[in-house]
Design a protein. Sequence first.
Length: 349
Amino acid sequence: MKLSHFQFDLPKELLAEYPAEHRDEARLMVINREKKTIEHKMFKDVIDYFDEGDVLILNNTKVFPARLYGNKEKTGARIEVFLLRELNAEQRLWDVLVDPARKIRIGNKLYFGDDDSLVAEVIDNTTSRGRTLRFLYDGSYEEFRAKLTELGETPIPKYISREVTPEDKDRYQTIYAKEEGAVAAPTAGLHFSKHLMKRLEIKGVDFAEVTLHVGLGTFNPVEVEDLSKHKMDSEELIIKQEACDIVNNAKIKKKRICAVGTTSMRAVESAVSSARTLNTFDGWTNKFLFPPHDFSIANCMITNFHTPKSTLLMMVSAFTGHDLMKEAYAEAIKEGYKFYSYGDAMLII
């Protein structure tokens, strides 16, 4: 498959600027791969497709307030700093993106907060927009992290042109988020409400939690026609024994195992044993799933509607089958489904 196979025209009005009023009341498109059928439901109807002993694989990563606004020394120019990953806790070194990047050079200092209580020095260039910052802060590491949280803003996606609202802080977070470290939410999970989770639990559905800290690499556009030449950024992944036991037991019993989101799918496909069971994992993955791919763990997937030419769309194509995926997306556009982070969802069985 080539990059050009993943191009389609998306009407601007289908970009979701706001989430559904209630998490589980987004629309749900159900795609049956075997029967080649497409149904239209509400997200809360997802419970009808799972039985006792089936498993939902959840990515329990938690978004941290990664977007900061500072001022450049001397000029006072307003600079956006997007925290990507902590490189060294002791030295307070971080990989970041800066905007506008052309103004930010090695040696520059940036000041944050009304009282300039946090200062950062640029110590390296990493990419055209990437920089390494050393934060200068008088206080313990815990106080420093609290200061970042205080000054930071929920990093809702760039395509949302409105201002961030206080509601975004909670809404752009799954209800099962625990392990802080993502710069973007695993968005398929945003559709689950506490009530729906409780109903699934009562029905006997099991939850297997994995942690994949979503980085911006997930959203980097693919710029090579030959997909095998695209390089994914690495993201931190942790899969514990408990999750492996839940998933592998369900596999033995031939139950439905559903990856909630592309991040959960990438997580489990990064930790497959030679016997096609799930292994524990603690490290980094740059796994890129595109057609053709033989999936080893999950036989079902929940996901949002993705951008043209994105790695996420390519994974969905590999799982669904390219022609059926194209048919589903054409139907979604015709029926007015909302796309991206706050958009509607798709269940692929």
